[in-house]
Design a protein around this ligand. Structure first.
Ligand code: AQP
Length: 340
């Protein structure tokens, strides 16, 4: 059975992009894969976190995993900092990765912004830790949103260079799994920016903790354009949105993609249902499907967060299982490197 690894940062404001781009796919993979899902708190502290809030956010991600349908009896759910193999392997990989590779990472450039000199060294080496997360388990498949594509390429480069340098065939060359209609959910306020936890406007995203009223308000206020929704001529032969429509009507494209992902429909069907309709009509339908899909998850998350002992039990078992899987891989890595 193929082994899958992925993670979500406990940085608050879990949103529809995290759900459609990642967590929903985590759920669908668990029936025919061996799955390991991680709350990546060590990644979270690459930017400053309030310790008390971080602790709550860790439980919130674990609750979101379970509430979305990840079954802790089938999949491993655990917290990254509780399995030391991640940090140990990351150090070894820091000595394999090249500065030139890290200098090309666009997410570091975006997150560090103009104040690059003041960014943490951890933010810079973030993708090396991500490679360690995956390769500590010899995971072959990693479900992520489109924004993580470049980091996964780096994980492949690290595995390849390690194998070449030490003349072994030890680390697998990991495949990204970027699936569904919502691999890159965009902001509700600006269809050219990614929906993100750190956007200062709460109206830019649907949070997994939003009430039905909040969802409705945000969808009502979501940015659109003055035209009716596009017809099928907006799709190319591969049934993907054409470049000109993505460039000129990014909000329409984003909302249609969101609808298709929530409804589990292909985009051609969704475009044909709403072709030439007004946004006011479409927004009502989008609101209904958003509430229908997200409200049960939100309700279950609330219940789970109130049952801290249950969540901690899942995380403790997950830690033991994850540790058991990573330990022999780390031990062998150390032997290959020549540690005594
Ligand atoms: N907008 C998105 N559309 C599709 N997938 C997304 N993901 C994140 N945003 C979108 C995917 O969610 C998983 C977990 O992400 P993360 O916790 O590592 O955070 P991130 O990628 O840095 O993105 P966020 O949530 O928007 O946080 P900030 O504001 O800090 O950048 C990943 O698989 C990611 O691809």
């Amino acid at each position: 059975m193929k082994r899958v690894f992925s993670g979500v940062q406990p940085t608050g404001n879990l949103h529809l992009g995290n759900y459609l781009g990642a967590i929903k796919n985590f759920v669908s993979l668990q029936n025919d894969h061996e799955c390991i899902y991680c709350v990546v708190d060590m990644h979270a502290i690459t930017v400053r976190q309030d310790p008390k809030i971080l602790k709550n956010n860790i439980l919130e991600v674990a609750a979101a995993f379970v509430a979305s349908g990840i079954n802790p009896e089938k999949s491993i759910i655990f917290v990254q900092s509780q399995v030391s193999a991640h940090a140990e392997l990351a150090w070894i990989f820091n000595c394999v990765a090249r500065l030139g590779w890290l200098n090309r990472m666009t997410q570091f450039k975006e997150k560090a912004g103009k104040n690059r000199e003041n960014a943490s060294a951890g933010l810079y080496t973030y993708p090396v830790l991500m490679a360690a997360d995956i390769l500590a388990y010899h995971a072959s498949h990693v479900p992520v949103g489109d924004d993580q594509r470049q980091h996964l390429e780096l994980a492949r480069d690290i595995a390849q260079k390690f194998n070449n340098d030490f003349k072994v065939d030890f680390f697998p060359i990991t495949e990204p799994v970027i699936m569904g209609n919502a691999t890159r959910v965009m902001s509700l306020r600006d269809g050219k920016n990614k929906m993100s936890k750190s956007d200062i406007s709460d109206y830019s995203r649907l949070n997994l903790t939003d009430s039905a009223d909040e969802i409705s308000k945000k969808i009502r206020k979501a940015k659109t354009d003055p035209l009716p929704l596009p017809d099928l001529s907006c799709l190319d032969d591969e049934e993907k949105f054409k470049d000109d429509i993505i460039a000129n009507r990014p909000e329409a494209v984003n909302l249609l993609n969101i609808y298709a992902a929530l409804a589990n429909e292909n985009i051609k069907k969704v475009v044909s249902i709403f072709a030439e309709k007004q946004f006011s009509f479409f927004k009502n339908e989008l609101n209904d499907i958003s509430v229908e899909v997200l409200s049960p998850i939100t309700a279950e998350m609330r219940k789970l967060i109130d049952d801290k002992a249950y969540l901690e039990d899942i995380l403790n078992k997950g830690r033991e299982n994850a540790h058991g899987m990573a330990s022999p891989i780390l031990k062998r890595t150390k032997e290959i490197v020549g540690f005594y």
